[in-house]
Ligand binder design. Structure first.
Ligand code: TA6
Length: 276
């Protein structure tokens, strides 16, 4: 493991073990590279992403916390964790195939102005032939708070027209484009902008591409967001080229919308996803 810096001082942890490699920015606790050795990356990273303090990296797995989307209008879109500086607690080489990176975020004077709660947020990222993110939120305040959150995972694909997302058949979803609640029929394929929050999801979700499959198995979550901006929205998105919509799909393990969690004093909630 090495702690490295880009030329502008932006710090990240680089992990290489016998099966995989990863890069994790201290800003946002943000894994922006994960690949099996000698294979293509599993996570997508925009060619136009900037690694600048205060700007969320475009790709990898942004941490949406303590709110998803604009669930809390007092907070920036997807909360403040992804543009906050996290502390690197430790890196444990559990064995030659497995590396554990633990990061932590606590309230600051700045965060208290945005969201007046004391908290402890711990993210454990386990890099092996699978990738696991386990994030524990603990309420250290005297008052309860409502939490919505997501691992906003960007997956690299061969082409958006080659893929399907499976495992959500018959699940009800909120369609962010129409604001209707609709029931999923069959597998999800893509031919236009798609932005959906699925509820009551218990089983794994599978991304099927021409020559690859990625399975997401979650704990502490019953909502999944599936998103692709397609042509028009992609052209308006920061940090991505006009053609980027062809290269990725987001499948986000969440506590979003009705799947929010309320934490009382000293209560914790764990959101976990294993990508295999
Ligand atoms: O998770 C889907 C979504 O909420 C989309 O609506 C789109 O806004 C995307 O997140 C990216 O959001 P960002 O704030 O990272 O530009």
């Amino acid at each position: 493991m090495e702690v490295k810096k880009f030329s502008n001082g932006f710090e990240y942890v680089e992990v290489k073990n016998s099966v995989a490699s990863a890069k994790i920015a201290l800003q946002g606790g943000h894994i922006f590279h994960y690949a099996h050795n000698k294979k293509e990356p599993i996570l997508w990273l925009s060619d136009e992403s900037v690694f600048e303090v205060g700007t969320a990296i475009r790709g990898g797995i942004p941490i949406c916390w303590p709110s998803f989307g604009m669930n809390n209008s007092d907070l920036p879109q997807h909360g403040f964790a992804r543009v906050s500086m996290w502390n690197l607690v430790c890196v444990n080489e559990l064995n030659s195939n497995t590396t554990e990176v633990i990061l932590n975020l606590k309230e600051t004077q700045e965060s208290l102005k945005l969201w007046d709660y004391k908290f402890d947020l711990e993210l454990k990222i386990t890099i092996s032939d699978t990738l696991t993110l386990e994030m524990t939120t603990t309420n250290l305040d005297e008052k309860s708070f409502k939490l919505t959150q997501a691992f906003h995972s960007y997956f690299k694909i061969s082409d958006i027209t080659n893929i399907s997302v499976n495992g959500l058949d018959s699940k009800l979803y909120f369609d962010a484009l129409s604001s209707y609640n609709i029931r999923q029929n069959g597998d999800i394929t893509f031919s236009a902008e798609l932005d959906r929050v699925y509820q009551n999801v218990e089983s794994p979700v599978v991304l099927k591409d021409t020559n690859a499959e990625v399975k997401l198995t979650s704990q502490g979550s019953s909502s999944v967001v599936v998103w692709n901006p397609w042509i028009e929205k992609c052209s308006r998105m920061s940090g991505m080229s006009n053609e980027a919509y062809k290269e990725f799909v987001c499948i986000e393990t969440a506590n979003a919308f009705e799947d929010f969690r309320t934490l009382g004093t000293r209560e914790s909630h764990i959101l976990k996803v294993t990508i295999s």
